[in-house]
Design a protein. Structure first.
Length: 136
């Protein structure tokens, strides 16, 4: 039988040898195999394209907000695209606004949608209508 002193030191020595021989990459791979990648079940991507309902052209500079998340706000790119990485949940409330008019003159109506995402439907095509009150 091993004495208490030798027994307590044995696991530490084995772990030290293991870390030295395998390297950090291998240890990370073993950790992933045992526990999975934390982001696998905790985050998801929401992305899409905002277009004009009048002419089907992409709209740059639209404020897109995923309500309830600090990281859930951005503007569409010059090609009308947006994307977010947010915590996974069943549904999201997205708001699309042409707020300052610097890109589009505030020509588009705001839109708020509740979306439920599946792995197959994380990409959204959003159509905004012209705001008739602004153009008259």
């Amino acid at each position: 039988m091993l004495s208490g002193k030798i027994h307590r030191g044995l696991p530490r020595k084995i772990l030290r040898k293991l870390y030295q021989s395998l390297g950090l990459g291998a240890v990370a791979m073993v950790f992933q195999a045992c526990y999975g990648i934390p982001a696998d079940n905790q985050e998801t991507g929401i992305y899409g394209l905002v277009k004009s309902g009048a002419d089907d052209k992409p709209i740059p500079g639209i404020d897109v907000t995923v309500q309830g998340f600090k990281s859930g706000h951005e503007r569409t790119s010059k090609d009308g695209y947006f994307s977010f990485i947010v915590p996974r949940q069943k549904s999201y409330i997205l708001k699309f606004e042409d707020v300052d008019g610097s890109y589009n003159g505030g020509l588009f109506k705001s839109k708020e949608l509740t979306v439920t995402l599946t792995d197959a439907s994380r990409s959204l095509d959003i159509y905004l209508d012209l705001d008739d009150e602004e153009t008259e």
